[in-house]
Design a binder for this molecule. Structure first.
Ligand code: G3I
Length: 368
């Protein structure tokens, strides 16, 4: 199916070499646009992230319903907003998101249950003292059971554990962060979290989700090596882990061989793979949202051409592994709806004009 999208949005091959004016793209004619989800319908789901529909414009919401099969709540299903204190749950915003997605025939992916960030400090405190393992575990079990049961049948799966592996350390171990859940409870917190999520919704697909875990895959080192050690241990312990989320916060010089090898390595464990938070910065690296406040202004035009090339090569890799890839989710709708504000990492400008990267992703779908 082809459909005419928003007036003023143009997709044409010329965008690959086309003009970039300031932060936007010149668009002076309108052509039929193929949707991303339609282009990849035979391969894997295409997703986006955001806390829809609140505070999104009609045009942004139309972009979402047109292009995407599945939505990940960017923030509103995380522990802090859903469970801000021991007896205080709030599902208003994520309930609205689920309703809106269901009204628009879009699936929802749950994000996230066990994380060191966006998690209330109260989980780890007991009358001003650090909570002990037993208390922290009781709270975590209650949290997971409550939230997963609340969305049973409404979400197809969960990022059960998010970003457990440290950024520096010993890559011959699983190298878990030495604080938060991993300090208060210990490494078995991961196995327990997966088991509790499975008990609460036996039909949900359960993922371990992390960033930079492809790094080192070609050399069997780095964060990738630690992720393999961790996943093998979880599977050995009987944790119901079904898949791995490679977040995919990448940049113009991301090591693509590592990306492909990581997908193959996770598949060799019998796990499914998704790219869960894809963005490719048009400037700067992938070390975080450091540039949001201090961006240098105009990004050279050639960066957008290179960005499109990186996206094209990434999707060619994903296509080669479509048998194990369940979903590719972009982390935001547009460059101004991105945690990497001034690095212009997504497929659409803030005005929802498709960038060269958008056309490159469509072209990759058409290739074998
Ligand atoms: O909700 C408050 C609002 O009340 C307040 O006025 C405002 C002032 O700064 O802050 C708002 O909270 C912000 C929240 O996003 C919602 O917009 C937080 O400051 C901000 O830190 C938070 O950032 C989110 C970040 O996770 C937190 O770690 C980003 O939007 C979100 O894109 C990002 O997503 C993460 C994934 O969950 C996990 N992987 C990495 C990815 C990127 O960091």
């Amino acid at each position: 199916m082809k459909r005419r999208l928003l007036s003023g949005m143009t997709v044409c091959a010329c965008l690959l070499t086309g003009t970039v004016s300031g932060q936007g793209y010149s668009a002076d004619n309108t052509e039929d646009m193929q949707s991303l989800k339609e282009a990849y319908a035979d391969r894997f789901m295409i997703g986006t992230a955001g806390d829809f529909p609140r505070r999104y414009s009609e045009a942004e919401l139309e972009n979402v319903t047109f292009h995407y099969d599945i939505v990940t709540p960017e923030n509103c299903m995380k522990p802090q907003p859903t469970h801000s204190s021991e007896d205080n749950y709030n599902f208003d915003t994520p309930d609205d998101l689920v309703d809106w997605c269901q009204d628009n025939d879009i699936k929802v992916w749950g994000h996230t249950l066990l994380w060191h960030a966006q998690t209330g400090r109260w989980f780890f405190q007991d009358d001003g003292e650090p909570a002990d393992r037993k208390l922290a575990l009781r709270r975590l079990k209650r949290h997971i059971s409550k939230v997963v049961k609340h969305y049973k049948g409404d979400v197809i799966g969960w990022d059960v554990a998010n970003e457990s592996i440290a950024d520096e350390g010993d890559w011959t171990t699983e190298n878990l962060r030495d604080y938060s859940w991993y300090k208060t409870v210990g490494p078995d917190v991961l196995t327990l979290a997966f088991k509790w999520a499975h008990e609460a919704d036996p039909d949900a697909v359960l993922y371990y989700n992390d960033y930079n875990i492809e790094q080192g895959a070609s050399q069997n080192t780095g964060k990738h090596a630690s992720s393999m050690i961790l996943l093998k241990r979880l599977l050995d312990e009987g944790a119901p882990v079904h898949g791995v989320g490679i977040q995919g916060h990448w940049h113009l010089d991301t090591n693509l061989a590592d990306v492909e090898q990581a997908i193959e390595n996770y598949a060799s464990l019998g796990l499914k793979v998704s790219i869960t938070e894809l963005d490719v910065t048009a400037t700067g690296d992938n070390s975080g949202s450091f540039d949001v406040q201090t961006g240098e202004g105009t990004i050279p035009e050639e960066n957008y051409v290179k960005q499109a090339e990186v996206y094209r090569k990434l999707f060619e890799i994903f296509n080669r592994h479509a048998d194990v890839i369940e979903r590719v989710t972009f982390w935001g709708v547009s460059d101004t709806r991105s945690w990497r504000g001034r690095q212009n990492a997504l497929l659409f400008t803030g005005d929802l004009e498709p960038k060269p990267a958008f056309q490159a992703v469509l072209q990759a779908a058409a290739s074998e």
